[in-house]
Design a protein around this ligand. Structure first.
Ligand code: ZN
Length: 245
């Protein structure tokens, strides 16, 4: 069973009527609906205004994959919480999926190590091109698909060189964007995926749902078989017996 916690800032859905109309219970609830259809995935919802910003230690320690959606309130997220998430990813205990405006979250920036800046513009049609069809996150995704309306995100996108580039988004005005990218960080795995503006319906798109679902399976921690500690100890040499075995 993969335990997924879907963290949402959850402010736009409460304050803006047009957003509430699309995501009445929050966009995290829609993500939970489609992920929850998989018998081997369990989902939990968390929001910024919950106690401990939705992520007390016991929840964090019981999370295999953390999905992050934030926008206007990135600065309100507690720095200590960000450090805990970063370490949990580095130690291979948890995967991270940052969605859409999560590119500017403290969590994403702390984990990948750059400012996550990009260019943006008003909503347009987007074509998502699958540029890495052999990657597990691209399984079941056609060579391209259309999103009727999405906020324009455009290059340059200040991320480190991805360990795998999966999708490129093309917008009507000619802008392009690395809309799906994977990063290995320490023993952990990070997936960034661009669609998901709060006033668009992207989280209802079946291909977007499939990609996020594949992302959960990919980002789930490996069973490491040993414990990675948050320190850099002197090496332990293999014993003579191990060599002779
Ligand atoms: Zn947006």
């Amino acid at each position: 069973m993969i335990k997924v916690t879907i963290w949402n800032e959850f402010r736009h859905e409460k304050t803006k009527e047009h957003v509430k109309a699309i995501y009445p219970n929050g966009l995290h609830a829609v993500i939970a609906d489609f992920l929850g259809k998989n018998e081997d995935i369990s989902v939990r919802l968390a929001a910024l205004d919950d106690e401990y910003q939705g992520l007390p230690d016991d929840v964090l320690e019981d999370t295999d994959v953390l999905i992050w959606w934030g926008h206007m309130a990135h600065k309100e997220v507690d720095d200590e919480l960000v450090k805990k998430i970063q370490q949990r990813v580095y130690l291979g205990k948890m995967g991270l999926i940052a969605l859409h405006s999560g590119h500017h979250s403290k969590v994403f920036k702390a984990v990948i190590g750059t400012n996550g800046n990009l260019q943006w513009g008003r909503e347009q049609k987007e074509i998502i091109w699958n540029v890495n069809p052999g990657h597990p996150i691209c399984a079941g995704i056609p060579d391209h698909f259309l999103i009727e309306s999405e906020e324009v995100y455009s290059e340059p996108f200040f991320i480190p060189e991805p360990d795998a580039l999966l999708f490129i988004g093309w917008f009507e005005d000619g802008n392009v964007f690395r809309s799906g990218a994977c990063f290995n960080r320490g023993a952990g795995k990070v997936f960034y995926f661009q669609p998901g503006h709060e006033s668009c319906r992207s989280f209802y798109n079946p291909y977007v749902q499939k990609i996020i679902t594949n992302g959960v399976y990919w980002a789930a921690p490996n069973n490491l078989g040993f414990d990675i500690e948050d320190k850099c100890p002197h090496m332990l040499s293999p014993t003579k017996d191990e060599f002779n075995a």
